[in-house]
Design a protein around this ligand. Structure first.
Ligand SMILES: Cc1ncc(COP(=O)(O)O)c(C=O)c1O
Length: 327
């Protein structure tokens, strides 16, 4: 083994180190820029931009907040939730106790009353709000009330709606939640990646993390690196910083609102033509068509013109869409 002090390094090595230090100054600056832009856009106290994507961001949340086998509540995947919110085959369903919640049979929207009852009974340590296929506005304030009653962390996964939130076309969960995660490649129009927003302090530190030296923000950062990941993807973080600047523009606000108007217009047109929509319409950029009673051919052609994704199970037919159909 050879030990070389800094003065004894060959010139080529010192040059390389100096160059590395300069590179780090630039990447640190870029990362800080992305972080500050995120904090300003969403009004959050803390931001981490290193997660490689949405699922790793959610995994970091589990590491930062929970211990294995803790209870987690999330919207069931077939009803619009995400794999990482406690689905059986995912780490979140195998390493944690899952307590899924679902949709109201008639409205096909989140059943907040049933959710409250389940949270009171089960006392999960974490409740997810957010999903992959949910076309309605999430009631973050109601979820926050339920989470506080059950002494649960409330985490919003805004992977699909982060762009709409920035545009002001969907309520912002940041004030209501302990942590918020997102992908950066969907409606916020950035590179394939993820980010995590959080409060600095953990309101349940004394209850759930009494021996930890670290506050919530620090635990999130440590969960991402070094607990789950290695070096940051600086190319992605640089692209995110650019996307966030675009997202802060007036044109992005107009664009976000226009997306919702377009989706609503399409929903109206489809309903008028006799199609069924899960929940009877949309508040965001998603439409979920219920094609179960259509012929295979029409179902196939609809799939060709849309993004195939997990459809929520539709326990009963939507009263709203049936009414529209009769018109
Ligand atoms: C709600 C939600 N969260 C997280 C993710 C995971 O994102 P990724 O595919 O980047 O891991 C997705 C993916 O679509 C999602 O819909």
């Amino acid at each position: 083994m050879v030990f070389l002090g800094p003065r004894r390094l060959p010139r080529s090595r010192t040059l390389l180190l100096r160059q590395r230090r300069q590179e780090h100054e630039i990447v640190d600056e870029l990362e800080t820029l992305a972080i500050e832009r995120l904090k300003a856009l969403f009004g959050s106290e803390h931001a981490n931009v290193q997660s490689y994507s949405g699922s790793p961001a959610n995994q970091a949340v589990y590491r930062a907040l929970l211990s294995p086998r803790d209870k987690v509540m999330g919207l069931r995947l077939p009803e619009g939730g995400h794999l990482t919110h406690g689905w059986s085959v995912n780490f979140s369903g195998t390493d944690y106790q899952r307590v899924p919640y679902g949709l109201h049979e008639k409205t096909q929207q989140i059943d907040y009353d049933r959710l409250r009852e389940t949270a009171r009974r089960e006392r999960p340590k974490l409740i997810w709000v957010g999903g992959t296929a949910y076309p309605r506005i999430f009631d973050f304030a109601a979820m926050a009330e339920i989470a506080s009653e059950a002494k649960s962390y409330l985490v919003a996964d805004i992977a699909h709606i982060s762009g709409l939130i920035v545009a002001g076309a969907h309520p912002n969960p940041v004030a209501h939640c302990d942590v918020v995660t997102s992908t950066s490649h969907k409606s916020i129009r950035g590179p394939r990646g993820g980010f995590i927003l959080s409060k600095n302090e953990d309101r349940y530190q004394a209850l759930y993390h009494p021996t930890s030296k670290h506050n919530l923000a620090r635990r999130i950062d440590r969960a991402v690196f070094p607990q789950l990941q290695g070096g940051p993807h600086m190319n992605t973080i640089a692209a995110l910083a650019v996307a966030l600047q675009e997202a802060a523009s007036t044109s992005f606000r107009i664009y976000g609102h226009q997306i919702v108007r377009n989706a609503k217009a399409l929903a109206e047109a489809l309903l008028d033509r006799g199609y069924d929509l899960v929940t009877g319409g949309t508040d965001n950029h998603m439409l979920i068509l219920d094609l179960r009673d259509r012929t295979t051919r029409s179902a196939k052609s609809m799939r060709m013109t849309s993004m195939p994704r997990a459809l929520p199970s539709t326990p009963g037919r939507s009263k709203v869409s049936r009414r529209r159909r009769a018109r």
